[in-house]
Design a binder for this molecule. Structure first.
Ligand code: GRF
Length: 215
């Protein structure tokens, strides 16, 4: 089967991007990382993608009059690279319903919390402030509503008594790096599909939850 051509959209550091690039080196992986694109030309992740031999592009949102013009350029860039699957990885721009609908089922995101808890920013601070005992991360299909959409995979970890937002964030990030490639493999190979808000494994397989740090 030929590999799907995947773009990773970033705005910053790009550590999740790196984990996806590393996973895609496996000959069995169903996608090739064909492009890393950032809305911030200075994003650290662009330089590391380039150093790994991946095509990079910047579409600077600041030079466009509005979201439609920005996304028009984004779409053109994706088409120029014959992209057919997109991973958002720390991409800090909201996408319009038009863009999201066009890519429906081929556009996924990673979020540093167990959705539907803690959509938005500062998830680790908010989880600690609420005193939750379990926290984690989620890979989901993107829909027009921010940090919503059918959940493909989650990882859960214990919150420790002495956790700070930094220590908690570090353990969550390690799980992000583990589940994002695994979820991309499932979504891009057709091993899962969304039925309404639920993602079902093809062939009756249960997929979706890993709990590496729960005893
Ligand atoms: C990650 O925590 C991701 O879940 C969130 O933004 C952060 C991006 O980090 N959406 P990185 O750029 O992948 O290192």
């Amino acid at each position: 089967m030929s590999k799907r051509r995947c773009a990773i959209l970033i705005s910053g550091r790009g550590s999740n991007m790196e984990s996806l690039i590393a996973a895609a080196r496996d000959g069995d992986f169903p996608v090739e990382i064909a492009l890393v694109l950032s809305n911030r030309p200075e994003a650290q992740g662009l330089a590391s993608a380039k150093a790994r031999g991946i095509a990079i592009a910047a579409v600077d949102h600041k030079i466009y009059a509005g979201r439609d013009a920005f996304e028009g350029s984004l779409q053109k860039m994706l088409e120029a690279h014959r992209i057919d699957f997109i991973c958002l990885a720390g991409f800090m721009r909201l996408l319009t319903p038009r863009f999201v609908n066009h890519w429906q089922g081929r556009l996924i995101n990673i979020h540093p919390a167990l959705l539907p808890s803690y959509p938005g920013l500062h998830t680790h601070e908010r989880a600690l402030a609420d005193g939750v005992k379990i926290h984690g991360c989620t890979v989901h299909y993107v829909v027009a509503e921010m940090d919503a959409g059918p959940i493909i995979m989650q990882a859960a970890i214990n919150v420790r008594d002495d956790d700070t937002p930094e220590s908690l964030g570090k353990r969550v990030l390690a799980q992000e790096h583990a589940i994002y490639p695994a979820a991309l493999r499932l979504a891009a190979s057709g091993a899962v599909r969304a039925e309404g808000n639920r993602v079902q494994g093809a062939g009756g397989r249960d997929v979706g939850m890993v709990a590496p740090d729960l005893d």
